[in-house]
Design a protein around this ligand. Structure first.
Ligand code: HAM
Length: 425
């Protein structure tokens, strides 16, 4: 026997029983973003490697060890996109979208990171992302957080996610802070784990993110980033906090929230859940005011977030916010041959007059008993039956699959009116 070929580890098929929930989530997301006047943008899955190195940062987990990078037949180094923000900006710059200054955009699709797969962490995963470009101040940050909150409510998971916020200050403020932090950790070098020692040399702020209890203990007495912020920055952060309070969105200030991508400055935030073990971040984002310049554009303030669709779906399981499987309204059962052809024509007629109905036509024949079983399993509410007798009489059998009542027979001409009345009940 030939050995079967399986999907790449950490890359999942999304099966017919799951796509209903995915589609509902996609619709909820795009409808919600339309309410706020954000427009969709789509961009390629593959970009030049340099784009991610320059934006995410050379000394980050993503760029150092998680990118799917390859050389194509022209000898160019290309990378499967590990995130959307850099790509979104590249597209905006390339097509001059920032000439109009402000852009409110969203995107969705697969991202690729070579991480260790486990529940909620995959090598191909999917994000919804939102980017607001050309807008300063706390108001737009509030709007983005309000979008998230509205989505959580629609999906009925608002009780399972908590908002954490922090302010990373300007580049200058961060650099001053980094010097002090490095000096502090050098004094305690021997107490650091290997990862923190590496970070101390290359990206010291990431030590704040350490999960090591010994390092966390050390952090308690380390200098605090907030003390290095300018007056204006503190004021802007206070405005964000006050806005959140006015919108009744609970939040926690987490001074150790630093994010794994280098482009952030000023406000950063994450929505965390306690229900997915170590994969706690459901949604994350913040300001990245320097990135447009870094990618060759004019100075442009920018802020955004992305949420992990798989994590969100795990959270919605059992919340009742999404229906797991899409079910048809009508299942047409027909005997083989002529009746099956009539069934296809009848289904077309019904779809023409009532496009909202989902209709499955059984064209594979088989006994009525087995077809009824399949109809029942499909979840449809009604079965229409076309046998030889019905063909001769130009009639249709109708059976309510969710009730015990007997099957009835109607003249074909009366069918549409009957169905419209039935489905309006
Ligand atoms: P990120 O924090 O790297 O940010 O990813 C955002 C979200 O994607 C995470 O909170 C998580 O839910 C999901 N995610 C990340 N990695 C995985 C994975 N391996 N498996 C499953 N889900 C995952 C960004 O990507 C930024 N571009 C967000 C942003 C947009 N900032 C500003 N605008």
């Amino acid at each position: 026997m030939v050995e079967a070929i399986h999907a790449v580890r950490g890359m999942n098929d999304i099966l017919p029983t799951q796509t209903g929930a995915w589609r509902q989530l996609e619709t909820a997301f795009s409808d919600c973003l339309s309410q706020y006047g954000y427009r969709e943008i789509r961009f390629p899955l593959i970009e030049k490697t340099q784009l991610f190195k320059r934006s995410i940062g050379e000394i980050t987990d993503i760029v150092e060890k998680e990118m799917y990078t390859f050389t194509d037949l022209n000898g160019d180094s290309l990378t499967l996109r590990p995130e959307g923000t850099a790509v979104c900006l590249r597209a905006c710059l390339q097509h001059n979208l920032l000439r109009e200054q402000q852009q409110k955009l969203w995107y969705s699709g697969p991202m690729f990171r070579h991480e260790r797969p486990q529940q909620g962490r995959y090598r191909q995963f999917h994000q919804f992302g939102v980017e607001a470009l050309g807008i300063e101040g706390a108001a737009i940050e509030l709007e983005l957080i309000a979008i998230c909150q509205r989505l959580w409510r629609i999906l009925r998971i608002d009780e399972h996610v908590n908002l954490q916020i922090n302010n990373l200050g300007s580049l200058n403020e961060r650099n001053n802070y980094k010097d002090q932090l490095v000096a502090y950790f050098k004094e305690h070098f021997e107490q650091l784990d290997e990862q923190s020692k590496h970070r101390l040399q290359h990206n010291p702020l990431r030590i704040l993110d350490s999960k090591n209890p010994g390092v966390q203990e050390l952090l308690q007495h380390a200098p605090k980033l907030f003390d290095f912020l300018s007056k204006e920055n503190k004021q802007s952060f206070t405005a964000l906090c006050e806005g959140l309070e006015k919108m009744a969105i609970p939040y926690e200030i987490n001074p150790y929230l630093v994010r794994g991508l280098d482009y952030y400055g000023h406000t950063v935030f994450e929505w965390i859940t306690g229900k997915l073990g170590s994969q706690a971040a459901v949604c994350a984002g913040g300001r990245y005011d320097k990135l447009v310049e870094q990618l060759g554009g004019k100075p442009t303030p920018a802020v955004g977030f992305a949420l992990g669709i798989e994590r969100l779906l795990l959270l919605t399981e059992g919340s009742g916010g999404l229906q797991e499987v899409e079910v048809p309204e009508i299942y047409i059962i027909a005997s083989e041959g002529k009746a099956a052809e009539h069934a296809v024509l009848l289904a077309e007629l019904l779809r023409n007059t009532n496009p909202q109905w989902s209709i499955i036509t059984s064209t594979a024949g088989g006994s009525f008993k087995s077809q009824f079983k399949k109809a029942d399993k499909s979840g449809a509410r009604l079965a229409l039956v076309l046998g030889e007798a019905e063909l001769d009489e130009e009639s249709v059998g109708i059976k309510d699959l969710r009730k015990t009542e007997q099957q009835i027979t109607l003249p074909k001409a009366a069918l549409i009116a009957y169905l419209q009345d039935y489905f309006s009940r």
